[in-house]
Design a protein around this ligand. Structure first.
Ligand SMILES: Cc1cc2nc3c(=O)[nH]c(=O)nc-3n(C[C@H](O)[C@H](O)[C@H](O)COP(=O)(O)O)c2cc1C
Length: 228
């Protein structure tokens, strides 16, 4: 049965207000960077809860919210995650990644060491839930990948707007996260997101952003060719 309808409207804004807000938001979002050097400064659990609440508002296929957030501040669990992640990453950097991938990562300057997994006050492990047990049957979730990606985007944006740094981390393969977090096999590790404050001496690589005009097509006008 369809759900009852409720009124929906948004706060009215003039175009001038919208453009002013857009400029401010663009400037704020442009300042977001992936952080790989965190301060041990504490972040209270209720602030992390607020961020998860915001992420949980994301749209999702058939409104099924196919994600699980595991929020970790227990130093023993963070340590376990660091050890397991570094083990996989060492194997990847030394043997599994093709040269093309290593070349793509070179400007970012990452390697198999992940000290931030110990130092960041919180690790949020995001799982994608592909299906859920209902009685003795499986109920499929729709578009779990897209939905979980959207929830992560909101999570990262919310953290940034609250003055917290994040890293979108994908130690590969990530199966160890399911075991460490004690999640069942219908939940697939999706992203590992450390959250906290940047270390005082934190630096980030000065990376160019591909110009938007190369990534947008208006109607049938060809976008600018990719200059890279
Ligand atoms: C799906 C995805 C996976 C990523 N995995 C890693 C990772 O495992 N380790 C890492 O240091 N950065 C990772 N990143 C961060 C990217 O390197 C980073 O977003 C990119 O270099 C642009 O930098 P910026 O986020 O500071 O703008 C990942 C980003 C995305 C979206």
């Amino acid at each position: 049965m369809p759900a009852p309808q409720v009124p929906y409207s948004l706060a009215p804004r003039t175009l001038a207000q919208q453009l002013e807000r857009a400029a401010a938001l663009h400037s704020e979002f442009s300042a977001r960077r992936s952080c790989r050097a965190f301060s041990p400064r504490e972040v209270p659990r209720n602030l992390i809860e607020r961020i998860l609440e915001i992420a949980h508002t994301a749209p999702s296929g058939a409104n099924l919210r196919p994600w699980r957030f595991v929020a970790i501040d227990d130093p023993r669990i963070k340590r376990e995650i660091r050890i397991a992640a570094e083990k996989e990453e060492r194997e990847s950097y030394e043997r599994r990644m093709p040269q093309e991938w290593l070349d793509a990562l070179e400007p970012i300057g990452t390697d198999c060491r992940k000290p931030f997994l110990d130092v960041a006050p919180w690790l949020i492990v995001v799982f994608r839930i592909d299906w859920e047990p209902v009685g003795d049957k499986r109920r499929k979730n729709y578009y779990p990948n897209e939905s979980t990606g959207l929830a992560c985007g909101l999570l990262i944006a919310a953290a940034h707007m609250l003055g917290l740094a994040t890293l979108t981390h994908t130690p590969s393969p990530m199966g160890f996260l399911r075991e460490i977090c004690g999640r069942p096999d219908n939940e697939k590790p999706f992203l590992l997101i450390p959250v906290g404050y940047p270390a005082e001496d934190c630096t980030v690589p000065d990376l160019p952003r591909i110009p938007l005009a190369q990534r947008v097509q208006w109607n049938r006008e060809a976008p600018l060719p990719d200059a890279r």
